[in-house]
Design a protein around this ligand. Sequence first.
Ligand code: NAD
Length: 360
Amino acid sequence: MFVFDEVAKEGHEQVLYGYDKVSGLKTIIAIHSTALGPALGGTRFFPYESESDALDDVLRLSKGMSYKAAAAGLDLGGGKAVIIGDPRTDKSERLFRAYGRIVDSLRGRYITAEDVGTTPADLDMVRRETRWALGNSVALGGSGDPSPVTARGLYAATRAVAQKLWGDRDIAGRRFAVQGVGKVGSAYVQLLVEARAEVIVTDAYEPAIRAAVDNYDVKAVDSDEIHEVDCDFFSPCALGASLSEMTIPELNCAAIVGSANNQLATDKDAERLADRGILYAPDFVVNAGGLINVHDELHGFSKTRALHRVDSIFDATMKILDTAEERGINPNDAAMKVAEDRIQDIGDLRRFRRSGDDRN
Ligand SMILES: NC(=O)c1ccc[n+]([C@@H]2O[C@H](COP(=O)([O-])OP(=O)(O)OC[C@H]3O[C@@H](n4cnc5c(N)ncnc54)[C@H](O)[C@@H]3O)[C@@H](O)[C@H]2O)c1
């Protein structure tokens, strides 16, 4: 594996390898772009089978963060970190503090947060060594669990799609099939039910289904049937790649809005959905609520301001759908284009040196 070849492919700015012999810390931090601002993205703790798997993942995820932040109109770049190890057995205070020192060495070029395999308690240890770690608990004045806020952003996007398809943002009476009722999915179901929509759910974990059925009085189907449900909205809120060559021909929905990252198994699947006349609201646009929420901590967290900004996912989604229509391209390509244009355009402004800029 030649690291520079991999880094060059997607134009990443920097990749930092960090190691601590005592704790066994092995981390890779990837900064895809700081054109719009500091590179923000969580720390994934995962037992990668090889260093090259870890590098592939961190490069892919950090690029995704650049697009997510840009599409949301935030002054943030894209970055991500991975720690190679088993989150059940390899965590220690020393490891997270060593990691915090490595994050700190980037002096704010990279800002970290939680991700798969890391918890608020882990981030508390990181924070003892660097201020460039977000996702503080509410008790400490932070933004807390992002999941209900992500669901709120999803709901705003849903209303934009309804407006686009039927000229009415009200979703009362619309039918939803929600795949995965974990932290985001269940909060989303609550919002849908409150808006008097009809909801069918599934989950791979039986107690999660039972909780949704008991709490919200919704119907449930087996997890391998959910994508076939006759509905207005199919909502992937579980894992990635649920929209594929296999599932797309079996979909029975008018639109897709869901929180899962990387819903499309391949880029071709955006075109497959368009060919079937299904309106796909791109995942990285509609699930940005959590990022918007945590980003607000950089300004001294204000819940009101964060939620106001999350609600603007309605406008961001509408802009993508309008752009797709105007240019005759699918919404995923439109979202990539809108993000790239912003990185190019606003990023270019930073060549203009302000008095007090501390860059040499
Ligand atoms: N939490 C956030 O704020 C946030 C923000 C952006 C994106 N996301 C993404 O949204 C998705 C859901 O996140 P979450 O925080 O709710 O996670 P979660 O782990 O709380 O919930 C995921 C649920 O999906 C279920 N599931 C897994 N595989 C399934 C399958 N094949 N069929 C049906 N159900 C299945 C799990 O049992 C679980 O209940 C993830 O892809 C995550 O990356 C979350």
